[in-house]
Design a protein around this ligand. Structure first.
Ligand code: BGC
Length: 748
């Protein structure tokens, strides 16, 4: 039934000259675009550049409509204002996940109205599906990016991409505002957890694997969907740690730390990019011609389209005072290189841009350029195709095999940071007191963009997923007691917890953060709140072994607690299977292998990253985190040895091969990630003490040995030189793996 109606709607798009084959070449697409563009009016073109929020075309929430589209409003948007793109799920401010059926109805209605337009150009519908199909009910919700990074497992990121794209397509959706390719080097920033952590190489590998899984070789395929790299560029490094506040990033640092992930995302084929909502070096992201045009187009060769972030063109006037009027803001943004405006609630952008073109302030050639890019992506996405997408009729979200992938991702994302005297794993028959504000909630493991925008509506979470407490109760054969509240902020009866502790062998103390998204998550300090500190002190004072489990999007300061407990498990945001995965690890049903994708600070201002400069570790300065980047224990032990470089000298421009042996020296099977770091010993620009350039994750049985080989390319040895160009400087280099180092030199 659903399948038929989709076929019918999409048949309407099969207009002469517009339908294309999946494997068409760029030239074919260019020709289609040219032909279509030539027949478009100015209004139709500017409409393509306009994106509105679903709320602008929705019936009021109180109506609880099965199909929440207000047809009159939708027709006004698409038929009268030629709107080419819609985003989001009903309803603001917190937005809610919809059933697959509702999504299908929404998309059918939207595309049916688009099919009534003169040129029948389909609408491209965007959604934030940042850890699975966030806004589709009952979808598979993965660990958030920070936790995916902790897996150091690109295969899992690839599979997350595949499953997310498939569940989006089942919902009729096709354009995902993900992955976040910002680098997370500011732990206070409330969007740190949306990133793949502080390291450029790790984020590049995890992000591009996600894109490849999500898009495949052809993102118009029935089970694939488009990605959107965000938020270009420099958004993730606000100096004061608050979301949407200024970053001060010099051109060299930009090119060394913040551009490479976007460059890799473009190479991996992502066809759209969302723009930095804040500012860098005094220039708002949406006004930055240098970033949006000179670098993005002329240097990086990006051919897709850019979309603004939420209301950010208006904000050039209302917030940044960069423009003297809203009209000037539109002119600045479009001329800087923004192709599509996420307006999001009205037609102001549409009206003002038409006026600007008519008065000659914005040349038509710039409009044609932006619209060509948008149409090009629409063609490549197969949106004009008569027969796509065909929806699988069987139950198609939460397939058992996908849940299993998610469970594995969650397991590999959990970091065992401390395990004194092998307190872990716990014996199943031991008695456990579970306490703390994050012990019995699903929201604290999923974070923002989960079912709702803020991810904080626990009542909407699936009943069949397990919290940490529930998963412990399921696994344990001993006595499990819980002392805690029903929500994150409920006061915990500390006296009761102290009394209960006397009757139990071990305390599992669950601390951390409640969910938040964007500016809502701004904080002034990484310290935990006093109530959690008091609970932790009281639990430690009982003298019972305490296992600290942390959940949340940022590394909150736990130093005083961590020093006194027997075990520390860092959960970050492991997603819907997080509770089960944590219990698997606590009881030894899974041997932990997650590693830190960020430096875990010892104190709130100790935010030096692992790839610090020599000056940051000189005289009184030290890199002294609670746990370093890459830290993570196992229930077995591994030894890397025999670090060997193929040569001790290479010519500039050559690659070098490196081998190392890894052995499982313990008594359990486990996975180990081998990290290979490089240091340029002396250079004309100060170089980091070390930089991750390669890693491999392997599984070894007890006593098993494996030889690993790596190749360092000239790019791995390069840096951004004095003249802002990427160079390799002849001289000595140091390679570090495990406890070993080896040197080689690059000759002229
Ligand atoms: C966020 C983006 C998101 C967009 C659309 C913005 O507020 O910064 O990451 O994609 O909203 O929901």
């Amino acid at each position: 039934m659903q399948k038929k109606s989709f076929v019918l709607i999409f048949t309407l798009f099969a207009i002469t000259g517009c339908s294309v084959n999946h494997q068409e070449t760029s030239t074919e697409v260019e020709n289609k675009v040219k032909q279509l563009l030539a027949s478009m009016s100015l209004e139709e073109k500017v409409g393509q550049m306009t994106q509105i929020d679903f709320i602008a075309v929705a019936v009021p929430e109180e109506q609880h409509a099965e199909n929440p589209v207000d047809l009159a409003k939708l027709e006004d948007a698409i038929l009268k204002h030629h709107v080419g793109s819609i985003l989001n799920t009903p309803y603001t401010p917190n937005n809610k996940a919809q059933s697959v059926e509702t999504w299908q109805k929404i998309l059918e209605t939207v595309q049916a109205v688009a099919a009534k337009t003169r040129l029948k150009i389909p609408v491209i519908y965007g959604i934030d599906a940042i850890h699975g199909a966030t806004y589709t009910k009952n979808s598979v919700l993965f660990p958030q990016a920070i936790s995916m990074a902790a897996t150091f497992n690109p295969d899992l990121s690839f599979k997350e991409g595949e499953i997310t794209a498939r569940e989006l397509r089942v919902s009729g959706l096709q354009w995902n505002f993900s992955p976040v390719m910002d680098i997370g080097r500011q732990p206070l920033w409330p969007r740190l957890w949306e990133t793949y952590g502080e390291d450029v190489h790790l984020a590049t590998i995890l992000g591009t694997s996600f894109i490849k899984g999500h898009q495949g070789d052809d993102f118009s395929a029935q089970n694939k969907a488009l990605t959107c790299l965000k938020h270009y560029v420099g958004y993730g490094f606000p100096i004061n740690g608050k979301d949407r506040t200024p970053a001060w990033i010099g051109e060299r640092m930009l090119r060394e730390y913040f551009l490479p992930t976007f460059e890799a995302g473009i190479k991996a084929g992502s066809p759209t990019i969302m723009v930095n909502s804040a500012e860098v070096d005094g220039i708002p992201g949406h006004a930055n011609y240098h970033y949006l045009t000179t670098i993005l187009r002329d240097e990086l060769g990006f051919t897709g389209f850019t979309v603004s972030d939420w209301a950010d063109i208006q904000r050039l006037y209302t917030r940044d005072k960069l423009a003297a009027s809203e009209k000037e803001a539109v002119k600045i943004a479009v001329m800087a290189g923004i192709d599509m405006s996420m307006v999001p609630f009205d037609f102001s952008f549409y009206n003002l841009l038409i006026e600007l073109v008519k008065s000659g302030e914005v040349p038509l050639s710039r409009i044609d350029e932006a619209v060509s890019r948008i149409l090009g992506v629409k063609f490549k996405a197969g949106l004009f195709e008569p027969n796509a997408p065909v929806l699988p009729e069987e139950k198609s979200v939460q397939r058992a095999e996908d849940v299993e992938v998610n469970r594995q991702a969650a397991r590999e994302s959990i970091i065992l940071a401390k395990n004194t005297n092998n307190t872990l794993p716990l014996k199943k028959e031991s008695s456990v007191l579970v306490t703390g504000p994050t012990a019995n909630l699903l929201s604290v493991m999923n974070g923002g963009w989960t079912i709702t925008w803020q991810g904080d509506d626990e009542s909407l979470y699936p009943q069949d997923k397990l919290t940490v407490l529930e998963a412990i109760q399921k696994k344990s054969t001993g006595n499990v007691t819980f002392v805690g509240g029903n929500s994150f902020n409920d006061p915990i009866d500390i006296q009761k917890a102290v009394e209960e502790a006397k009757n139990h062998d071990t305390i599992v103390l669950c601390l951390g953060e409640k969910p938040y998204t964007e500016t809502v998550g701004n904080i002034g300090s990484l310290e935990l709140d006093q109530a959690q500190i008091n609970l932790a002190k009281a639990m430690i004072a009982t003298g019972k072994p305490v296992i600290l489990v942390t959940l949340g999007g940022r590394p909150r300061i736990i130093t005083a607690i961590a020093e006194q407990v027997s075990g520390v498990v860092l959960g970050f945001l492991p997603g819907m299977e997080g509770g089960s995965a944590i219990a698997d690890i606590l009881y030894g049903d899974y041997n932990p292998d997650g590693k830190l994708p960020v430096t875990y600070p010892r104190e709130t201002n100790g935010i030096t990253p692992y790839d610090y400069k020599p000056i940051e570790s000189f005289e009184q300065n030290t890199y002294n985190p609670l746990y370093p980047f890459g830290h993570g224990l196992s229930y077995t032990t591994f030894q890397t040895s025999g670090l060997h470089l193929e040569k001790d000298k290479i010519n500039n421009g050559e690659s070098i091969n490196i081998t190392v042996t890894v052995k499982n020296t313990g008594s359990l099977t486990g996975k180990e990630t081998v990290l290979l770091y490089v240091n340029d010993v002396a250079a004309s620009v100060t170089r980091p003490n070390k930089q991750l350039k390669a890693f491999k994750k392997i599984e070894l049985n007890p006593g098993q040995t494996e030889n690993l080989s790596f190749t360092l390319t000239p790019h791995d040895l390069s840096f951004i030189g004095v003249d802002l160009k990427r160079i390799v400087e002849p001289g000595d280099f140091k390679v570090m793996v495990g406890n070993e180092t080896a040197n080689f030199s690059v000759t002229k």
